[in-house]
Write a protein that binds this ligand. Structure first.
Ligand code: SF4
Ligand code: ZN
Ligand code: ZN
Length: 310
């Protein structure tokens, strides 16, 4: 099959766009879409610090490379990468090594925060202590909190996340399926600055996962292919399959789910914006509830005998 834009052989098909693209033209469209998203999600951003959450996987590697390129001509903007070491044996060490390699290649400062030091425990320890809880529930909550704190410590004005179109479409459907509509308003990209919360943006929001992978491969970005040993239990897996089935039956479903999110978020704005978080009464971090979920999980882990930092 030939590329829709040149005589080269196509490397990927895009049913939702009714075309096939070669590696070079895929790279062009990924760059165009991420540039547009950065412009749309961070309008009027002239200078400051941009933190990029870097796990060492394909998505965050691509997000860092594209964000770095976007701001490279602006001397008033400094890009730093922040990684969280959740303490997952046989997985996180290799992803962090790839993350460090990419930062060195781009000349970007790399900060790593360790759950063991910040929370007193790790995802592996908590998974053992809480066998009936899906590890991704506390791991994801803790990681989000640690990333926010790391971005704040770096005096960041923005926190870039590597979420791709598939990730976001799954999250929309998960929130709808759980009846947690108000969470749609709190999803990245953030439209407003909330006290204590570094606004999160997602430059890959318009790029499907397959295209991010093909882009990262073609660009020769160092990234780790391994999968977290706890990922099998993730509830997201079911939604990944559902979204994929819907997309195959009706190309464009993922984009439609994001448009749904945008429309609902716009409506919610009239009723208190993005959830208008207050502060957790225990740790003082931004929270939509009196006790944040990070503290809730820490208390649960402590009750199960773990020596966590309250
Ligand atoms: S897959 Fe789940 S447990 Fe593993 S790093 Fe991601 S959120 Fe944490
Ligand atoms: Zn081409
Ligand atoms: Zn708290």
């Amino acid at each position: 099959m030939q590329c829709a834009r040149c005589p080269q052989e196509a490397a990927i098909d895009r049913p939702y766009a009714h075309d096939h693209l070669c590696e070079a033209h895929l790279g062009d469209t990924v760059w165009d879409r991420s540039r547009r998203e950065l412009h749309r999600q961070a309008p009027r951003f002239r200078g400051g610090v941009v933190a990029v959450a870097l796990s060492g996987g394909k998505d965050s590697a691509a997000a860092l490379a594209l964000t770095h390129r976007y701001f490279s001509r602006r001397p008033t903007v400094r890009v730093v990468a922040v990684s969280v070491d959740e303490g997952i044996a046989g997985y996180r060490a290799s992803t962090l090594a790839r993350a460090a390699e990419l930062c060195e290649r781009l000349g970007v400062e790399h900060r790593v925060v360790h759950a063991r030091e910040e929370l007193g425990t790790t995802t592996d320890d908590a998974a053992r202590a809480l066998p009936s809880t899906i590890p991704c529930s506390f791991c994801g909550v803790w990681r989000r909190g640690l990333l926010n704190r790391a971005a704040r410590a770096a005096s960041a004005d923005l926190l870039v996340l590597g979420f791709n179109l598939d990730d976001l479409a799954q999250t929309v459907l998960m929130n709808l399926a759980r009846g947690e509509v108000e969470r749609l308003g709190r999803m990245a990209p953030h439209r407003h600055r909330q006290p204590g919360l570094v606004p999160r943006i997602a430059p890959l929001a318009a790029v499907p996962e397959r295209e991010v992978y093909a882009f990262a491969q073609a660009a020769g970005l160092p990234f780790d292919h391994s999968e977290c040993p706890h990922a099998d239990a993730a509830e997201r897996n079911r939604f990944r399959e559902i979204v994929w089935e819907l997309e195959e039956a009706r190309p464009g479903t993922r984009q439609a789910l994001l448009r749904t999110r945008d429309r609902i978020a716009g409506l919610l704005e009239g009723f208190g914006g993005e959830g208008a978080p207050g502060r957790c009464r225990s740790c003082g971090e931004p929270s939509a509830h009196a006790l944040c979920r990070s503290c809730e999980y820490r208390r649960e882990a402590a009750r199960s005998g773990l020596d966590v930092i309250a």
